[in-house]
Design a protein around this ligand. Structure first.
Ligand SMILES: [Zn+2]
Length: 186
């Protein structure tokens, strides 16, 4: 059995970024096989599930990210969280589905907390429908567009072992070495 070669192996951060890669060790980085697994559905929301969600919220806020999927904290379960901006609602999605993709958007450039400092242009649908359950088992169904739709598609990909680098135009992938450059990472 030979594994399909992926870009992951060549996505090694420049030495200047080593510190920022180690800054938040609870977020797993590219190269960890958990990021390439198809995550398992959550059968029952237990105390452990709620603890996992709290851990994800803490890690996302510490990293000042816009979203985080459970595989990014090393747990291969179908859960993601996101918050478009500090004033908007925190969304918790368990066993989500994303359908009804409409339109296309190319901006803003995307980044990922599992590859801090890397960004690239990723074509995404402009609008999607998101369904799933919250942490209390209540159904969620909403339409999202723009940045929110982009975050949802990025996080949903994480649950299927897909990283933004798989969908990015390879020519646009760039390491941001300058501290002044800000990057919205999910
Ligand atoms: Zn990501």
């Amino acid at each position: 059995m030979t594994e399909k070669p992926t870009l992951d192996a060549i996505l090694i951060p420049p030495p200047e970024l080593e510190d920022s890669w180690n800054e938040i060790p609870e977020i797993v980085k590219i190269g960890d096989p958990v990021l390439r697994k198809v995550a398992a559905p959550v059968r029952k929301c237990t105390k452990e599930t709620l603890e996992l969600i709290q851990k994800m919220i803490k890690a996302m806020r510490k990293a000042r990210g816009l979203g985080l999927a459970a595989p990014q904290v090393g747990v291969s379960q179908r859960i993601f969280i996101y918050q478009v901006n500090p004033k908007s609602d925190l969304n918790i999605l368990i066993n989500p589905t994303v359908t009804n993709h409409h339109g296309e958007q190319l901006e803003p450039a995307e980044g990922c907390l599992s590859m801090p400092g890397l960004q690239g242009t990723v074509p995404r649908a402009q609008e999607v429908r998101l369904k799933g359950y919250d942490e209390r088992g209540r159904p969620i169904s909403k339409r999202a567009s723009g940045l929110e739709a982009r975050i949802i598609q990025h996080e949903f990909d994480h649950l299927n072992g897909i990283l933004f680098t798989d969908r990015a135009d390879p020519e646009t992938l760039v390491w941001l070495l300058d501290d002044d450059e800000t990057l919205e990472a999910v």
